[in-house]
Design a protein around this ligand. Structure first.
Ligand code: NAD
Length: 247
């Protein structure tokens, strides 16, 4: 097992990529703490426990500093330490040209997709510094690296997450904490469910591999980065995008 006796906090672990990572990490021996605003995380915890794993759900809005602090402290109180953070919670944006931007829509995406990641890193690192070790994966996107028509807050927040991660990686490398990003292409999760079929088809065409990713394929990449298999990797971005950004 790659994560035997590790303790992992996964934000947004109640569905999609986060859910898949929580289940995979649990199979690899990690104790799981899911921070999410959705009670769907309770069923993820139940599934993990049903299979003999250990997991808890902490209601946490990643935009609220007190919630995030409580999330990390609860992980340590429950399981004795914090080894891994996957800062995964995120929402899509309402697409539109910037001259029609609604500032509230912008702010909500920035709050969750960027500030939520920053707060999660802050309070996880406070705990990791006590151990002198830790590993973080922050969730990027192909849209951190390439432009997309009518994308504003989402592209901006994901690009910021990538460079934020690089800076934190070099800040905390001497303290034994590794920090990387995973930048997925489009993944079959609830984020995409409401889109019309023609848009889904256009999305598929952007991936040379000829299909969208499954959440488990993103979870596998996250597992690699948080495991000892990636012990010399910090400050990097792992593109898990079926060739999207290679074009
Ligand atoms: P998802 O909607 O299935 O899961 C997101 C989870 O985040 C949900 O459980 C939701 O309740 C939670 N969440 C939302 N706001 C929150 C908040 N304020 N505090 C705590 N939790 C909150 O989405 P997903 O596709 O699994 O996306 C996960 C991450 O991957 C996101 O950061 C997303 O931007 C990124 N991503 C997704 C895709 C894709 O195509 N699905 C592609 C690239 C990157």
């Amino acid at each position: 097992m790659l994560l035997l006796n590790k303790v992992a906090v996964i934000t947004g672990g109640g569905s999609g990529i986060g859910e898949s990572a929580a289940e995979l990490f649990a199979r690899e021996g990690s104790k799981i703490v899911i921070g999410d605003i959705s009670s769907s995380a309770e069923s993820v915890v139940a599934k993990i426990r049903h299979k003999g794993g250990e997991a808890i759900f902490v209601h946490c809005d990643v935009t609220k500093e007190q919630d995030v602090q409580t999330l990390m402290e609860t992980a340590v109180k429950t399981y004795g330490k914090l080894d891994i953070l996957v800062a995964n919670a995120g929402i899509p944006e309402k697409k539109g040209p910037v001259h029609e931007l609604d500032l509230q829509d912008w702010q909500r995406v920035i709050d969750i997709d960027l500030t939520g990641v920053v707060l999660s890193n802050k309070y996880a690192i406070i705990q990791m510094l006590k151990n002198g070790s830790g590993v973080i994966v922050n969730m990027g996107s192909v849209l951190a690296h390439v432009g997309q028509i009518n994308s504003t807050a989402y592209s901006a927040s994901k690009a910021a997450v990538v460079n934020f991660s690089r800076s934190q990686a070099i800040t905390y490398a001497p303290k034994g904490i590794r920090i990387n990003c995973v930048s997925p292409g489009y993944v079959n999760t609830s984020l995409l469910e409401k889109l019309p079929p023609e848009i889904t088809h256009q999305m598929i065409e952007k991936h040379p591999i000829g299909r969208l990713a499954e959440p488990s394929e993103i979870a596998d990449a996250i597992l690699f980065l948080v495991s000892e298999k990636a012990s010399f990797i910090t400050g990097t971005v792992l593109h898990v995008d079926g060739g999207y950004t290679a074009i």
